[in-house]
Design a protein. Structure first.
Length: 415
């Protein structure tokens, strides 16, 4: 470069010479190699022989000599050993000078750049394919999400509808429970208090009482096998059968001997009972004039009778099997005389089989102890018993329906 300081010019020349591995060949008019120098070995020309034809020793010169124009430039020529060089030809006074500049690094850099460009192209194509697949998968996921949301909404609506139906069913079932009974026939006042707490929205416990004429008070407490809607329907059917019998002209005769009423209800429930559901039941008929209670246990728990003086009796007479199992089942009644001050507690196994966190059952003994020691009567006794059971469960959800009937007799002076 004109005007460049000498030391910089020398530095530039050294850099070019060393980095480009400069070499040269001198070829005469007869194409004979007459001179060479520089980094010949870098270009695979270390074995050149002066005085020998140049083309025979450097194959890449084939077709390039003799020169027809000067200077002449041939870029990126492949040499022996994989090196690449730019060839600069100059013709001067019949002598051809060839200058070789090593551009292998430049060639390799271009190749790497081309490879990178190729790889980038492949990567872009793969990314485009992946994006297409992702878009398709995303579209499918969105469609699935919409389907799931629609299904969820449908399920929620169905659950809401069923909850409304169950709430209505619970209301109707609880409406079957009669109100407390209060009357004072003869010299004795009678009270009947009831409680029913289904474990779920609807349950299978049956609680009922009704009068036949002016002389007979009938108590009915039952427990349908199973839980849920099927048990509730079985309970409602059993309730309606007893109420239907109560409307018959011979109701006083049927319920005066309650085993007769049981036989009729059992035959009806047993007929076509493919599901084999059954009802444990206790029916009791109190004759006001005779002050006598006649009862039948159809596979049900024995009730407790507390006398005025505090003694406790378990009415354990076995009356027959549960209703709905054997169409021709036989039932037998038992009787007990009642006096003013006596209390009769009838209950279902939702009370005795209530369990605590240790899986222990409340049991008959706890019921008996509570009744024997309780100082209150009527609805307070029933509520106290339920609170005692709830405390025993210690926060656990109830596993079964709880139902009870309490019959109390009081003298007119006590009433």
């Amino acid at each position: 470069m004109p005007g460049l300081p000498q030391h910089l010019a020398d530095r530039l020349q050294n850099v070019v010479y060393s980095e480009l591995s400069v070499a040269y060949l001198e070829i005469d008019a007869n194409l004979v190699l007459v001179g060479s120098g520089g980094h010949l070995s870098n270009h695979g020309l270390a074995d050149l022989q002066l005085g020998a034809p140049a083309v025979e020793q450097a194959y890449f010169l084939e077709g390039l000599l003799p020169l027809f124009e000067s200077p002449y430039f041939v870029p990126s020529v492949e040499l022996a050993g994989g090196r690449v060089a730019d060839l600069h030809f100059h013709l001067e006074s019949g002598t051809t000078w060839l200058l070789l500049l090593d551009v292998t690094a430049e060639r390799d850099g271009k190749r790497r750049l081309q490879q990178k460009a190729y790889e980038m192209t492949l990567l872009e194509e793969k990314q485009a394919q992946l994006n297409c697949r992702l878009e398709a998968a995303n579209a499918a996921l969105l469609a699935t999400q919409r389907e799931l949301e629609a299904a969820r909404d449908a399920i929620r609506e169905e659950l809401r509808r069923k909850q409304i139906e169950l709430t209505e069913a619970r209301t109707l079932q609880l409406a079957l429970v009669p109100p407390p009974y209060r009357d004072a026939p003869g010299n004795c006042a009678l009270t009947v208090d009831v409680v029913l707490e289904p474990a779920k929205e609807v349950g299978g416990d049956l609680v009922d009482h009704f009068c036949i004429g002016s002389n007979l008070l009938v108590l009915v407490l039952g427990d349908v096998s199973g839980k849920g809607a099927a048990a509730a329907l079985m309970m409602a059917r059993t309730h309606s059968l007893f109420r239907g019998l109560a409307e018959r002209p011979d109701a006083a005769e049927l319920f005066g001997k309650p085993e007769a009423a049981l036989r009729i209800v059992n035959r009806t429930l047993s007929a076509g009972n493919a599901s084999c559901m059954f009802v444990t039941l206790l029916i009791a008929a109190y004759d006001v004039a005779a002050t006598r209670l006649t009862y039948v246990r159809a596979g049900h728990l024995p009730p407790f009778l507390r006398r005025l003086e505090g003694t406790l009796e378990k009415l354990a007479h076995a009356g027959g099997p549960p209703l709905g199992l054997l169409q021709e089942a036989v039932y037998a009644s038992a009787s007990v005389d009642l006096s003013p001050g006596d209390q009769l507690l009838i209950f279902t196994d939702g009370i005795t089989e209530a369990s605590d966190p240790a899986d222990r059952l409340f049991g008959d003994a706890n019921v008996a102890n509570f009744v024997a020691q309780c100082e209150v009567r009527g609805p307070a006794l029933l509520q106290g018993l339920l609170k005692r059971v709830e405390a025993f469960e210690d926060g656990l959800p109830p596993s079964d329906d709880k139902a009870a009937i309490l019959l109390g007799l009081e003298s007119r002076q006590q009433a």
